[in-house]
Design a protein around this ligand. Sequence first.
Ligand code: ZN
Length: 373
Amino acid sequence: MCVWKSSLKTRSVKGIGSMISGKDIHVMDLSKRVVIGPDVVDRIMEFMPRNLRCARKYFIVTGPNVWRLYGEKLEKAIGAGNATVEVFKATTAHIEIAEQIIDEARRFGAEVLIGFGGGKCIDLAKYSAKNLDKPFISVPTTASHDGIASPFASLKGTDKPTSIKAVEPVLIVADTSIIASSPRRLLIAGAGDVIAKFTAVLDWRLAHLLRNEYYGDYAASLALHSAKHIVRYSDVIAKSKEQAVRIVLEALISSSFAMCIAGSTRPASGSEHLFSHALDLIAPKPALHGEQTGVGTIMMAKLHRLKWKRIRRVLRKIGAPVTAKELGIPEDVIIKALTMAHKIRPERYTILGDRGLTWEAAERLARETGVIP
Ligand code: ZN
């Protein structure tokens, strides 16, 4: 089991410090504690930050399947500490569901919100916690993207397809026994979401150079480090289960921390994410987020003149999709998504520029990188 504790001094319950540069004040909110290991859900109360130890009302946002499989474990672990639990089972991460959660959690008198499940439950819980001004605990049951530890949520029904600012988890409890039993496809998608940092960081740097956008070298290095971690351990990820879970989890969590430090999703999300968001809007059946960002990274890496073949090799080695066919998405949808990606979030400057790719340029890029034949 591994427990990461923030080494920075706490100045308040929410904020852990500030860095003053010139006239600007840059505030970084980080999680207080990260626990990774087998069966750590059973011991969740041991890891509670001191200021939450006297909390008595826990509101859990989960999914029906996760609750059926593991609900008893979590309920028993929390109930053993004389606390009461209310459970909300959600199947979609929609803003209307989030409003229901906020109402029910308020009525219950929730002191703490827990997201227990995949990305949807965690996003709903973190958004609701922000609106209720209550602490949020992340208990992921999959390692499929870096939302498990980031302060950003993506919800349907809002006016944007990208993430919205929510709140960082005060505690992350990643139970490797549970995560290892989730489908391998989810874990590999998680690795694809981390690989995306290679191009996300370059897009961020470009926006800094061309648009004078704030750029944090430390946050960028940390995000890049998480992508390199996946490359370095790609053989282990390809062959193992338990070890792969730990490697991908650590990389996802450090990428989330890069976002916390930057105060935006910039270090984790660039043109490859815009491409993935475009696919979410137009694909008849989108693939997993991390699968799409992985394929996006191959193509955006070519535009950035990075070693895109190496990125493709790593993705292929760990069993991630690298072609339109493997994503299950028609070729013309891939090209269309490439041409519209720059419009998804116009304020986010990337290698795609203000005008994006023409149909011909997009088609050539997809063909030259082998995404389409
Ligand atoms: Zn992502």
